[in-house]
Design a binder for this molecule. Sequence first.
Ligand code: THU
Length: 140
Amino acid sequence: MDIKKYIPELIEKAFEMRNRSYAPYSNFKVGAALLTKDGKIYGGCNIENAAYTPSNCAERTAFFKAVSEGERDFCAIAIAGGPDSGVRDYCAPCGVCRQVMAEFCDPETFTVIMAKSPEDYVDYSLKELFPLSFSPENLK
Ligand code: THU
């Protein structure tokens, strides 16, 4: 699948999902949009908790929504994150989210898009972001 044509839509959706963020503790709002191999898009936002540790990142929200709906094949995720006041920097996925990506995605081809706007983004393969990872391959 050629993900290039989906990039504007993915970024737009990530920003839309950012408006759903529940982040009263960090005030750092993140939205994500996950693209399946058959062209469906699942959104997610970060969801914090007064006990802090149950908090969930936007990326994992998107993955868990999609996987729980039966999806297993993914090709890209767009991320938009920043303080309440707006997205100023590229928001990189945390290590735990990278591990979740490694569970379901081909590290060579899965693309992580970090966006400041639909026109201003960077993209990396999962392998670039998460080299030498522990994955299902290790348990075969
Ligand atoms: N967060 C995400 O949702 N995704 C990221 O890529 C980085 C961090 C969330 C977790 C927490 O709710 C807030 O941003 C501050 O760390």
